[in-house]
Design a protein. Structure first.
Length: 368
């Protein structure tokens, strides 16, 4: 398995890869995950829940940094590939290492496309032919949403791309003792677990807060970090929201059930999105979700678990959030959300499908 990010990083890709690896180990498979030393003090090698993790240098969180990590990870990945049955690339930056590793061992490649970076670059004169080559090189392509699958198939006609919504470990993500004390005065609490990049739209959620506060008492907790943090902190001060909006920075993924259980509503104001693992994790913790009508979010959010609003529109966001928080059915929405995750997006279902794909590509390669 190759993925530029991995637990304890907080994010949808990281969560997906970690829980998939863990589930595969539980089914008796051996899993090596090559990733980056993306956070200070991470070990170069460790074993986590039976998954052997190998970390190499990541110089920056941008295209150049991801490309450099891909190249620097090659010696380790190629060494591990010598005994691998399947090479699995988790997102764009991982495909090239898998392609190069085939020179060491002719193992099949499975590639999964997760993020909005793929959608952003799909029409680029530079990236489109690269994506086409990546898609054609894999024995089986997966996508985290139907939108990504459709775009990928338009790039490489004749290549099938299977949409497989990311899964959640519903035994871990469940309603637990809240990490945070109840807000003062019976106020409602919103939570937004978002990396602080422009594409995640946190600015529009903060701009919606004055409208929300005109209708009811509420506070917003933002969990995550990124290059937009200083800009967002200034915006909070400019709008006079210092006591209503708290940017808590990055938190351990293992602590997220407690944070979700501290909230009345989770909000995802994304401008681009695949299928949000964080939204599914919130739902598994019985928290209703309000989300932008973009990407794969409408595939998981319906009126019986939350509601959708228009992207880049603070007024639309505020109206939806206020309606949900005033609804007498808020608890019912949360319970329905958890049932939906268990029935449709459990990590067990995801792991079973991946095991089937691995077996299929191994058999096809042997028969060729």
């Amino acid at each position: 398995m190759h993925s530029v990010y991995f637990t304890p990083e907080l994010g949808g890709l990281e969560s997906h890869v970690y829980f998939l690896c863990r589930a595969l180990v539980a089914r008796g498979h051996e899993v090596d995950a090559v990733t980056s030393r993306s956070l200070p003090d991470l070990a170069a090698h460790e074993v986590m829940d039976g998954v052997r993790i190998w970390r190499t240098w990541l110089p920056a969180r941008n295209t150049a940094g991801w490309a450099t990590h891909a190249l620097c990870s090659m010696p380790r990945f190629s060494s591990l590939a010598e005994k691998a049955d399947v090479l699995h690339a988790q997102d764009i930056a991982a495909v090239l290492p898998c392609m190069l590793a085939q020179r060491v061992r002719d193992a099949p490649i499975v590639a999964t496309y997760h993020t909005s970076h793929f959608l952003e670059r799909a029409n680029s004169l530079v990236w489109r032919p690269i994506f086409k080559q990546f898609l054609e090189s894999a024995d089986h392509n997966l996508a985290a949403s139907r939108e990504i699958a459709s775009v990928a198939e338009s790039i490489a006609p004749g290549i099938a791309v299977e949409p497989v919504t990311n899964g959640v470990d519903a035994a871990f993500f469940r309603k637990v003792r809240p990490t945070l004390p109840n807000p003062a005065g019976g106020a409602k609490r919103l939570i937004a677990p978002r990396r602080l990049f422009k594409k995640n739209g946190v600015e529009y959620l903060i701009r919606a807060m004055p409208e929300i506060l005109q209708e009811l008492e509420a506070e917003l907790i933002v969990i995550g970090d990124g290059p937009e943090r200083a800009t967002l902190e200034r915006l909070v001060e400019e709008l006079g929201l210092g006591n209503k909006v708290k940017l808590l920075g990055p938190q351990l993924h293992s602590d997220m059930p407690g944070f979700f259980s501290s909230a009345d509503l989770a909000v995802f104001p994304s401008l681009m999105e695949a299928t949000s693992v964080a939204a599914l994790e919130a739902m598994a913790c019985e928290v209703p979700v309000a989300a932008s009508r973009v990407g794969g979010l409408p595939e998981i959010i319906s009126g019986d678990v939350g509601a959708l609003f228009e992207p880049r529109d603070p007024l639309s966001l505020a109206r939806v959030v206020v309606d949900l928080l005033k609804s007498a059915d808020l608890d019912k929405l949360g319970k329905t959300a958890r049932r939906r995750v268990i029935n449709q997006w459990s990590n067990d279902r995801l792991a079973d499908r991946h095991a089937e794909v691995y077996e299929e590509v191994i058999q096809n390669r042997q028969a060729a």
